[in-house]
Design a protein around this ligand. Structure first.
Ligand code: NDP
Ligand code: GUE
Ligand code: MG
Length: 306
């Protein structure tokens, strides 16, 4: 517990070292709502986002519901397609073909992970790259690494916006990213390279991960292991971005969400840190809607203020 100048305890959520992803996401959503209204004002059709959910994974259902609610809240249309886990690859590809051809759909998101034996790469690459608001199509991933214009995947974009707010200029800083997935670690490395960070990507085979992490000015955890990153892995003064979402059991038989970073330990050492929940997660959804508006504006040849 910190004590303020007046001797009052400062509640955890007003600690200025804790990066308020929820508040930053809400500000972005308010901007988006204004942009959407301005686009519609010019007589353009309402932007639309289609989310495809295969199977009944409970976590995926929660995300998809939350995405749909926020899509509507910023004034866009939300289309939901729920398919059974037993759907064939051909049937799923047909759904995507229909969404590609549907003029009311500006963005398409296929919720991951897909149930086995569906081949995510094959499905994602069927999405029209112009409607690929996740930025996972191989053409868009390639464009991003080649330094060309491309949609930036939502979670890496959310991390970048949080870092710009918390750190400001990123040029020359050493970013260590733990995790090398196609949806977080690899695209985030491209984004931070573009910002002129020195980027190191670590993974499950990395030797002496703790010593490597201690060299980071910016430490990003995108692993999926609760509390993997300990306080003494953090360099004093570093900024820590915790992407991990882990649901762990509590003493009273319920569950709670925690990140990949041992939060209290890291908070004692770091300059700035994102909490879980309320950090990267809300930014991911706001950035999804931002990418959807950008795709809508591009497809209409309209200007937008993003
Ligand atoms: N907040 C948000 O908006 C989002 C949160 N997430 C969360 O982020 C986390 C990561 O997601 P995602 O990238 O999809 O996960 P993946 O499972 O696809 O990738 C995990 C990565 O972590 C690495 N890893 C695993 N164990 C270790 C270890 N002990 N030490 C070092 N590296 C390790 C793996 O290495 P290797 O490649 O060698 O196997 C892999 O590169 C999850 O908790 C997920 O729920 C994901 C997307 C969005
Ligand atoms: N095609 C695709 N694109 C994705 O972007 C994608 C995906 N598939 N599959 C799953 C992961 C995970 N992901 C999250 C989004 C929001 C929160 C989020 O809003 N989290 C809240 C808490 C939510 C809760 O309480 O469960 C928070 O951190 O505060 C978390 C995780 C997007 N992903
Ligand atoms: Mg994942």
């Amino acid at each position: 517990m910190r004590i303020s100048l007046r001797g009052q305890p400062v509640p955890e959520d007003t600690d200025p070292r804790i990066i308020d992803g929820k508040a930053i996401a809400n500000a972005l959503l308010a901007d988006l709502a204004r942009e959407v209204a301005a686009l519609i004002e010019t007589g353009q059709p309402v932007p639309g986002l289609a989310v495809v959910l295969v199977g009944d994974d409970p976590a995926s259902q929660v995300y998809v519901r939350s995405k749909a609610r926020q899509t509507v809240a910023v004034g866009m249309r939300s289309f939901e397609h729920r398919l059974p886990a037993t759907v064939t690859e051909d049937a799923l590809l047909t759904v995507i073909d229909r969404l590609n051809a549907d003029p009311a759909v500006d963005g398409i998101l296929v919720q991951l992970p897909l149930p086995r034996p569906l081949d995510a790469a094959r499905i994602l690459d069927r999405i029209d790259p112009a409607k690929d608001v996740d930025g996972f199509h191989v053409v868009n991933a390639g464009r991003l690494s080649a330094g060309l214009d491309a949609p930036v995947p939502c979670t890496p974009l959310g991390c970048l916006l949080l870092l710009r707010q918390a750190v400001g200029a990123l040029s020359g800083l050493h970013a260590v990213i733990v995790g090398r997935s196609n949806i977080v670690g690899k695209p985030l490395a491209q984004v931070l390279l573009r910002e002129n960070c020195t980027v190191t990507i670590a993974h499950s085979r990395t030797r002496d991960l703790a010593a490597l992490c201690r060299q980071a000015d910016i430490l990003v955890a995108a692993v999926g292991q609760a509390g993997l990153i300990r306080g003494d892995w953090v360099k004093p003064g570093a900024t820590v971005i915790d992407v991990g979402i882990n649901r762990i059991p509590t003493a009273d038989g319920r569950t709670r969400l925690v990140g990949d970073v041992a939060f209290d330990e890291a908070l004692a050492v770091a300059d700035r840190i994102t909490p879980v929940p309320g950090g990267v997660g809300p930014m991911t959804i706001a950035c999804l809607l931002r990418n959807t508006l950008a795709a809508a504006a591009a497809r209409r040849g309209a200007a937008h203020g993003l």
